[in-house]
Structure formats: C-alpha cells, structure tokens
Design a binder for this molecule. Structure first.
Ligand SMILES: Nc1nc2c(c(=O)[nH]1)N[C@H]1C(S)=C(S)[C@@H](COP(=O)(O)OP(=O)(O)OC[C@H]3O[C@@H](n4cnc5c(=O)[nH]c(N)nc54)[C@H](O)[C@@H]3O)O[C@H]1N2
Ligand SMILES: Nc1nc2c(c(=O)[nH]1)N[C@H]1C(S)=C(S)[C@@H](COP(=O)(O)OP(=O)(O)OC[C@H]3O[C@@H](n4cnc5c(=O)[nH]c(N)nc54)[C@H](O)[C@@H]3O)O[C@H]1N2
Ligand code: SF4
Ligand SMILES: [Mo]
Length: 893
C-alpha cells in the first residue's frame, strides 16, 4: 500500500504530549522517524522514546493470526465464537455478566465502537479502561468542581506562566517534550519560577527553584494550607469567587486555619519552604499547577485534585493565558477515551450516565435497543467480579492487567477462573496473553488509522504507513464485526475509521447547544479525504461557530447545574500508617526510556541501556540499617506479593520510602512485576488505585553467587533465582544470581554454545569464574560469575558483541573483565541517542565543560532528543558540589 521513501505525518503512540511524527519507510524495510516541525505539540521535537520508534517495529513476537485455545483459527471462527459466547452470557446471566477492559492506547474510533457496543447494545456499563489506573481521580475531581471532565488550559500556558508548580509529576521523564518547552520558556523568562512537589528528587528537579519533598500522600494538607493562607491574607479574587463560584466559605472552613507549623509537621517540609511556596503563589498571578500520578494514583486522589483546583478558583486563575490547574494525561489517547465515555461511570461525549436526559440523547442518536441505566464496575471491582464468577465473558484490549493492576497475582487468578477471556494484542510476548481463550491479532502503530486526543484537548491523526502483516486487523474492526454478529449489523457496519469519527463528532454536537463542553460538531460531515488530511485541532469546535477560544472558565460558564464552579470542601486524612511488619512505603512509577510493560520500548538496545534491570531505590540510611550494599538483590514484599530487584542506594527518596519502576514483566525478568506487591486500595470517589503508596517490607535477598553475561541469542530458559534480560546490539545481556553455589556452573553450561572455542579462568578461593566463547575472532558469549555483585563495565562488555574481530590483546581483556586502557569506561548510560555515559560527562566537566550546552558541544550528549538534559544538569551539579566540598575540605585542613 505505501510507497517507499514516502513520509507520513502521524502521531507518537506513547505519552499524552501527543507529538507529531514524520515517519519514512525506506526500500530496505526500515523506518526512520523525525519530529513534525509543523505539529503544535512538539514543533519538531521528539524525546528518546519517540526518536527510537523506528527500532520497535519489527515483527518479532508479533501476533499475526487469531487463535482459539492456543490454535490458529480463521477470523470467521474466532469472531463467531466471541459474539456467540457474549450473547449466551447475556441471555443466561444478564448484560452485567459480560465486560470489556480497554485502554487509553486504542484510538478514539476503536474506543467509540467499544463503548457504543457495551452501553447501547449489550446494555451494560461494564466497560472500563486502564485510564481508571491513570486519570480517574482527575476526571472525578474535574466533575466535582466544573460539572464536566474539562481540562481548562493549553500547553502554551506553561510557557506563559511566571510560576509553574509540578505536583506528583516527573515531567522531565514522562512528558519530556512538554518539559523541554517549559525549560526553554524558563530560559527565556528569567522571572519564571518552577516548584516541584514530590517525595522523590526526580530528574524534573533539575529546573526547580524549589523542591518540596513532602511525605507521601500529604498533598491535601499542603494545598488546604495554601487555600487558608490566601483567604487569611486577603489574597482571594473576590470578584471571580462571587460571580462564578459556590462553596468558598465551606472549603476554607474544611481546610482549617493556616498553621504553618502544623503543616510542616504533617508534610515533613520545612516551615520556611512552605511559607516561601505560599508567598510565591500569592504574588504570582500567572500560576499554572500541573499534576499527574503523584496526585491521581492515591486513595485520596480526588481530594488532592480538588484541593489544587480550589486554590485556582479562589484566585480566579483559571482558563486565562498562563493560568490554571492542569492535569496532564499519560497515555496517547487517555483524553479520547474520556471523550467517548470509555469509563464505566461515563456516557459518550462527556455525557453522564446518571442523567436521564443524557441517556435519552445518546440512545436516540444511536437508535439503540438499550442504554446502560447505571454505572458499571470500575476496574478493581470489575476484576473482583471476574474472580468471584460474576463476569462470564471478558474482552481485554491493548492493556496488560496481570502487570498493571494492583494485586496483580490476584488478577491473574481471576483470569484463570474466568470462563471466557478474549485478548486483543499486537504481541505474543505479553504477560496477559497466556490467559486468553481467544487471541485476536491487532494492528499496531504505523498500521492503523484514526485519531487521538492529547493532554491539551488537541485531536491529531495517527496514520498508517505500513501494510497489515499476517491477518492482523484494527481494534475497531474486531469490535464492529462482533457487534454485527451479535445482531446489530446496521449500527456497526462501518466502512472505516472516518465514518466512525463522523458519527462521534455528530454525537458531540447532537442536542448540545453549548450545554456540554465536548463539541466537535464542526467535523460531523468531514469527507474521507478531509479526515485523511485532518490537521491537529483543539476542541471545542462546534458546528456553527468559528474556532472559538479553546480555554475554559475564565468567565465562569461551568457545566454544573447552577453554572457555578464548585469549591469542594476537602479534609486532610492522614495516610495509612505503616506497620511493624511492613515499615516502608512503596512508591512506583516510570523511568525515562521505558513505556509501561516494555512490549515496544523493551525491544531496542538504545532504550534498555539507560536501565537494563528492575531496581528499588533505597535510602542510604535504610540500606545501612538493613545491611544492604550497592547492587545487592532485595526482596520488596507486601501481604499481596513480592518482587526481587536490584538495590539502588540513593538519597533521591526519603528515609522509609522505596521506589520501584512499574515496567518489568515476566518477559524480561524473573520476579519483578511490582503490581504483585501493590495493594488494591482505591479512592472512594474515582475508584483509582493508590499505586504510589503500599506498606512493604524490604529485605536483603542473600545470594551465593552473582552473574553477568553477554549472549548472542535469547536463552529459552534461564535457571537462576534471579535474572533480568535486555537486548544489546548483536545480542542480549543477562544479569543473574543464585542461592545455591553449584548453580552457576550449570547455568554457564546451559547458556553456552556447542561449537565454539571456549576459554575459562576461575579462582576457587576468590569465588569467581569467567568464561568466553569465540567463533573465529568474534565473541559469542561471555560469562562473569562471582560471590559478590559482578564488577564489570556493562557498557564495554555489551559493546563487544557488535565489534568487528577482536585483537588477541582485547580477547585477553574480555576474560580479565577489564576495559582496555585505551578505551575508557563510558560509565552508566546517560544519553541514549549518542550513547554517552556518566564517566565521559564527568571527565568533560573536569576539563571545563561546565554547562549542559558545553557538554553538548564536547560530547554531543543531550543535543538530539534532549531527554537526558536534566540528568546531565544533575551530574554537573553533583560534580560542582563535590569539587566545592573538596575545596572546603582542603581549605579546612
Ligand atoms: N518514560 C515514560 N513516560 C511516560 C510513561 C511511561 O511509561 N514511560 N507513561 C505515561 C503515562 S500512561 C502516565 S500516566 C504518565 C505518568 O507521569 P508521571 O505522573 O509524571 O509519572 P510517575 O513516575 O508515575 O509518577 C510521578 C511522580 O509522583 C510522585 N509521587 C509519589 N507519591 C506522591 C505523593 O504522595 N505526592 C506527590 N506530590 N507526588 C508523589 C513519584 O515520586 C513520581 O516521581 O507518564 C506518561 N509518560
Ligand atoms: N504500580 C503501578 N502500576 C501502574 C501504574 C503505576 O504508576 N504504578 N500506572 C498505571 C497507569 S497510569 C497506566 S496508564 C497503566 C498502563 O499499563 P498497561 O496498559 O497494562 O501497559 P501497556 O504496556 O501500555 O499495555 C498495552 C498493551 O497493549 C498492546 N498494544 C499496543 N498497541 C496496541 C493496539 O493498537 N491494539 C491492541 N489491541 N493492543 C495494543 C501492547 O503490546 C501492550 O501489551 O499502568 C498502571 N499501573
Ligand atoms: S514526549 Fe516523547 S513519548 Fe511523549 S509524545 Fe512526544 S515523542 Fe512521544
Ligand atoms: Mo497512565
């Protein structure tokens, strides 16, 4: 279908920034990507993940054909079986006995069809999405305050602001291009201040003027205090409050008096830092508060959202250039999912299930036989219902609940118990795949067409530039076919995504007349060609008006019953106390170069080099107490389950806290699915799990031996008590460890190759063993085992597989495990584009390159995608601090 060398304008499939991508397919089958200079989200920039998109498109592990009970099947048989089984369950057990669990990573058109089928035709609201784990508290908070799920501002507001407060957001790693826009705006506006509120010192802190390292889940106390401070100091915008809002006095009363000493005790912050923050907010009209999972993923997430929103309503700083509360969405189409009503408690087009008029509007428009009358089960409840047998048939699409839901082992049990599980996936190498009765191969990014909506309500096209491999089909098609086969052919015979988009646009404008925020009625008649050529646009875009102001609420106009914005009285609730058996707070989240369960970003060496292994950040004082040394293995355990990960001793987090990334699954590690540990406690309003706060125990996992290996081929089985695998150029790297002394020799034998020249050295007394295997002058495998964590330069060892023939001298250094003197160890990778390590940066800094830009000039690091700039800054700060300390010591002695 696609011409070689043709460049297609599309949108990045990762984060909610929604960057425009130019994808070019070359005659040799490779695809190169570049940032779209004309896309208003990124103006040509791409982060490390976006830049590596071309390397993640291989068909390795792709699911190419439908399967029934593990055997290849035709689409006809698979779809008939799905339709029949869902129909029988509805007939025998009612519409509440079936469910869809979908994802913010399907396109709006996919999402629209899924929601229509479940809520209008099956007649149940049992469709929920992984956005429940992600944005649900923001949705609930928005609805309480605004009467609708509206994000009032735009990206430009971050650039126009004089104060940007980032709450529970690691923007530098999770919304990197938006972070770069902020960084550039700050450089251009020396008056701009940035405050980061996060219990961890993250990469985002590199541009912070103030980092408020508060105790986990104490944000409500801090923002309630701010509201009272503004009220007491008479800094409230009375005009705005009186004209456009209700409930101010009650909110201030609930917040209580502003006692900085008390707030300091609750949050663990210094009094002067709290006072400084409050004064900054008080004196800065142009304030934006950006928030993300440190706010949403909490059992008090909705209250956190409203505590923040209250302060913006009180100051009238909302919907005006450079002002507003700003919930940034995580997934590429989290917003689109909210628009079509993908959550179990929402209806299509931002309409509300509980509203009879809204139900009538939607049912009329769909001409549907039914309409869900009551909210469906929210994700955690939904999987409880799966577990106890209430759900007889479940369709999972574009998400991996056995990895990403809390109490993930319990979720796996639930899926095992479920009579009928359908999984639509792009890859076979995903942890949820083995639980499917029917596997449906889905079209992936680059193969599918449709739209996504980013964090600032901007709708962009994802466009296909690759042929559909094997029998894969887009998700909307799978859903429509099942809908048709269930007897609703008329409502589900879409010729393509353009027709679905038109219907979605039509519904948004249908009997709207300004009563609902989401209105893209202007596009209800867009022709197929117009859909193909669709330029990114922001909603609202109603049918009869010119592109209106796209910010909301500067002059009121809320979607509540009274039309007034609502202050929500929120009372601070002290976080759950840790117990003696589980004295640590487990925090979880993201790293710079990986996307969720790594099914795509885990495929490319460029992205796995930054962190090649699952880890737990542990505070040095805790490590000392627990006798955990750097690179030891640790077990992190809760009553729900445990993980075994590498100890990363750092003071980035507070004492008593551990941070484990959410990314590793059974595909690339032995026992690192952190959600097996996370408690399934949820927010009472949003149903969102508190994924950032689980009381856990941390213990050292004693090992008899540790190993590191580079391998040409991916091993089929790894017999070790710990392992983690990552791709490197030309092969794989393996970290491993075992409890039993004899094991490592067996492992070396099982992973070794038969027809190679093998050299080994060992020191029995010293407890180490090394082995290298050669074919001609090419290294095939290298193993390093020792009684303590292996100290070999990983960067260097991994580079050996892709080297041309190694000279005899280099062969010797392989076994010695020593980097040859003429090839300095680059150290841990910082810049993934140019593969620059921290040792190189430190060396350049010592030679006079003292700024991020100077490092860029010397080493190129940070000059392509820019995702590592904040880490370079942190390194430079540390080096400057060290040399200052050295100078002070020298002076003192
Ligand atoms: N590289 C990368 N980028 C991504 C993703 C990815 O997988 N990888 N995923 C995307 C998705 S879906 C999402 S939802 C976003 C998430 O984007 P973010 O929310 O920025 O990312 P997280 O790392 O989950 O969490 C953010 C921070 O919340 C902090 N936090 C924990 N507890 C508290 C607390 O009680 N209060 C406060 N104030 N902060 C707290 C954590 O320490 C962490 O630094 O990222 C998106 N972007
Ligand atoms: N402990 C902890 N848990 C968390 C979080 C946390 O911070 N801490 N964050 C939560 C958040 S915010 C999120 S968003 C979730 C994310 O968690 P998940 O949604 O489970 O993670 P993904 O890896 O993004 O899963 C997407 C799956 O869809 C497949 N896929 C990709 N494209 C397509 C497609 O077009 N069609 C189909 N059918 N399949 C496709 C991918 O191969 C992959 O298996 O995790 C949540 N879980
Ligand atoms: S910031 Fe990175 S991951 Fe997010 S959309 Fe842009 S390129 Fe993709
Ligand atoms: Mo998310």
């Amino acid at each position: 279908m696609t011409n070689n060398n043709k460049t297609t304008r599309t949108t990045c499939p990762y984060c909610g920034v929604g960057c425009g991508v130019l994808a070019t397919r070359h005659p040799d089958g490779t695809v190169s990507v570049a940032g779209d200079p004309d896309h208003p989200s990124n103006y040509g920039r791409l982060c490390s993940k976006g830049s590596a998109l071309g390397e993640t498109l291989s068909l390795e592990d792709r699911l190419l054909y439908p399967e029934i009970s593990g055997k290849r099947a035709t689409w006809n048989d698979a779809l008939d079986l799905v339709a029949r089984t869902f129909q029988e369950a509805v007939r025998d057990h009612g519409p509440e006995s079936v469910a869809f669990y979908v994802s913010g990573q399907i396109l709006t058109e996919d999402y629209y069809v899924a929601n229509k089928l479940m809520k209008g035709f099956i007649g149940s609201a049992n469709i929920d999405t992984n956005s429940r784990l992600c944005m649900a508290s923001s949705v609930a908070g928005h609805r309480r305050a605004f009467g609708s799920d509206t994000v009032p501002g735009t990206y430009e507001d971050l650039e126009l602001a004089d104060l940007v407060v980032l709450v529970g957001s690691n923007l530098a790693w999770c919304h990197p291009v938006l972070f770069q826009r902020l960084e550039a705006a700050k450089a251009a506006n020396p008056a701009m201040r940035v405050v980061v509120i996060d219990p961890r010192k993250t990469a985002t802190c590199a541009i912070a003027d103030l980092h408020l390292q508060l105790k986990p889940d104490t944000d409500v106390a801090l923002f309630n205090g701010l509201l009272s401070f503004l009220a007491e100091a008479d800094l409230v915008n009375d005009g705005y409050v009186k004209r456009f809002t209700e409930g101010f006095a009650a909110a201030v009363k609930a917040a209580g008096p502003c006692e900085i000493g008390q707030i300091a005790e609750t949050t663990g912050l210094k009094r002067q830092d709290i006072a400084l923050f409050y004064e900054m907010v008080a004196r800065t009209e142009k304030t934006v508060t950006v928030y993300s999972q440190g706010v949403n993923q909490s059992v008090v997430g909705t209250d956190k959202v409203n505590a923040i929103v209250n302060t913006h309503l009180a100051t009238g700083r909302i919907g005006k250039p450079g002002m507003g509360p700003f919930s940034v969405t995580g997934q590429p189409n989290a917003m689109g999912g909210r628009e079509v009503g993908g959550l179990a408690n929402m209806l299509a087009s931002h309409m509300v299930l509980e509203n009879a008029e809204h139900r009538r509007i939607v049912q009329d428009f769909w001409k549907s036989p039914a309409i869900a009358e009551k909210p469906g089960l929210k994700t955690v409840e939904l999987f409880n219902a799966v577990r106890d047998g209430r759900i007889k048939a479940l369709w999972i699409m574009a998400t991996s609940p056995v990895d990403s839901l809390p109490d993930a082992d319990g979720v796996a049990e639930a899926l095992k118990a479920c009579p009928f599980v359908v999984v639509s996936e792009v890859t076979r190498a995903a942890d949820t795949v083995p639980y499917a009765n029917v596997l449906l191969p889905a079209a992936a990014w680059g193969e599918k067409d449709g739209t996504v909506t980013n964090s600032e309500r901007r709708i962009s096209r994802q466009r296909a530039f690759l042929d559909l491999p094997g029998d894969v089909r887009p998700d909307w098609w799978q859903l429509s076919e099942v809908g048709s086969r269930m007897g609703y052919a008329e409502a589900f015979s879409y010729p393509g995504p353009a027709a679905i988009f038109r219907e979605h646009a039509g519904l948004s404008g249908y009997r709207n007349e300004g009563s609902r925020d989401f209105d893209i009625g202007a596009y209800e008649d867009v022709a197929d060609a117009g859909f193909d050529a669709l330029e990114p646009f922001q909603w609202p875009q109603p049918a009869d008006t010119q592109a209106a102001e796209t910010r909301f609420f500067a002059e009121g106009g809320f979607y509540t019953e009274t039309g007034q914005g609502q202050f929500v009285p929120v009372v601070f609730k002290a976080p759950r106390q840790t117990e003696r058996r589980y004295p640590f707070v487990l925090n979880t989240g993201r790293i710079r170069d990986q996307w969720h369960t790594m099914t795509r970003t885990g495929k490319t060496p460029r992205l796995t080099a930054h962190f090649a292994e699952p880890f737990a950040e542990i505070h040095p004082l805790d490590a000392k107490r627990l006798k955990i040394a750097p690179a030891d293995l640790v077990k992190v355990q809760s009553p729900h389950g445990s993980v075994l990960v590498r100890a990363l001793i750092t003071d980035r987090g507070g004492e008593g806290q551990v941070f484990v990334p959410m990314h590793w699954t059974d595909q690339l590690a032995f026992n690192a699915r952190v959600d097996a540990v996370v408690a399934p406690a949820t927010d009472p309003h949003s149903g969102q799990p508190g994924s950032k706060f689980t009381p856990v125990a941390v213990t050292k996992a004693p090992m008899a031996w540790f190993g590191f290996a580079v391998l040409r081929q991916r091993p089929a089985k790894i017999a070790a008590d710990y392992w983690a695998l990552a791709p490197v150029p030309g092969g794989y790297r393996l970290e491993c460890a075992g409890r039993n002394e004899a094991d490592f020799a067996e492992l070396a034998t099982s992973l070794g190759l038969a027809d190679c020249e093998t050299v080994e050295i060992s020191d029995v007394a010293g407890g180490w063993f090394r082995q290298a295997q050669w074919k001609e002058d090419h290294l095939q495998t290298a193993f390093y085992f020792s009684a303590s964590p292996v100290e070999v330069s990983r960067q260097w060892a991994c580079s050996l597989l892709s080297e041309d023939a190694l000279a005899p001298r280099d062969r010797a250094s392989v076994l010695a495990g020593r980097v040859p003197a003429d090839r300095p160890d680059p150290g841990a990778l910082v810049c993934s584009c140019f593969q620059v390590g921290c040792n190189q940066i430190a060396e350049a800094a010592r030679c006079g390159a003292e700024s991020v830009n100077a490092i860029g000039e010397t080493l190129k690091a940070g000059t392509n995608c820019g995702s590592c700039r904040s880490e370079i800054q942190t390194l430079l700060d540390d080096i400057a601090k060290e040399s200052l300390d050295d100078a002070n010591i020298a002076k003192a002695s």
